[in-house]
Design a protein around this ligand. Structure first.
Ligand code: 5RP
Length: 230
């Protein structure tokens, strides 16, 4: 089974948790997009849901496929969010933000009763950090913020490059108008400590560590989809 088929399998399994009438947070990325395609088929078959997309990219796909949407301001409490991840460990600590949508993804997940992560098995790791950690920063003072992040990481014994994300010739800008540093710290033994340090830096808008947010993960591999609980 190739990676795309595994993403479809994970998305299919997640669809079983979607019930009529739900207010649904809808994630960003290639796995979440497989979910949107399957969800659209169900909607056309009569399922009534309202989706709150976590990015402009997801909103465009929902619009194209006819998935009903509303804003988080109109629907501030959601039943369920389904989203992908860049890394998932066995405690359900996630690294997210590879697609640049981490801020809205975290806001939407936090407004949801439950969050289900969907991923192919390549995302499952014994310790997070192999995937560079996305850190969303305010453009103002980004060099000072970079230094503050490096100092905070170093205090935890973490070192590595922070790369300002680009898109072609330009600096990548998130839906919220911020920049992203991708931090190659390597293995992160204490994600909670790092999250605490990053949260205390004024120029950091949000980071891609999602801790105690996922209710469970659906991981798809050659043998099919399985549920991973913390
Ligand atoms: C976007 C995300 C995505 O969920 C993450 O990057 C996984 O994407 P994909 O399903 O394409 O591998 O966090 O900000």
């Amino acid at each position: 089974m190739d990676a795309r088929n595994m993403k479809v399998k994970a998305a299919e399994a997640a669809l079983a948790y979607v019930e009529d009438g739900m207010r649904l947070g809808i994630g960003t990325g290639s796995t979440a997009e497989e979910f949107v395609r399957l969800l659209a088929e169900k909607v056309h078959g009569g399922l009534r849901i309202v989706g709150v997309p976590t990015s402009e990219r997801t909103a465009r796909l929902c619009l194209e496929l006819g998935v009903p949407m509303n804003s988080l301001d109109e629907l501030p409490e959601l039943d369920l969010t389904i989203d992908g991840a860049d890394e998932v460990d066995t405690n359900l600590t996630l690294v997210k933000g590879g697609g640049g949508a981490l801020l809205r993804e975290k806001i939407v997940a936090a407004a949801s009763n439950r969050m289900i992560v969907i991923a192919d098995e390549s995302k499952l790791v014994d310790m997070i950090g192999g995937f560079p950690l996305p850190i969303e920063v305010n453009p103002f003072g980004r060099k000072a913020t970079r230094i503050a992040i490096e100092k905070a990481a170093s205090g935890l014994g973490l070192a590595g490059d922070l790369t300002l994300r680009t898109s072609g010739e330009d600096v990548f800008t998130t839906d919220g108008g911020h920049y992203i540093f991708d931090a190659s710290f390597g293995r992160i033994p204490d994600a909670e400590a790092l999250a605490g340090e990053l949260n205390s830096i004024p120029g950091v808008v949000e980071h891609g560590l999602f801790i105690h947010m996922a209710s469970f993960a659906i991981i798809a591999g050659e043998a099919g989809a399985r549920t991973l609980k913390a």
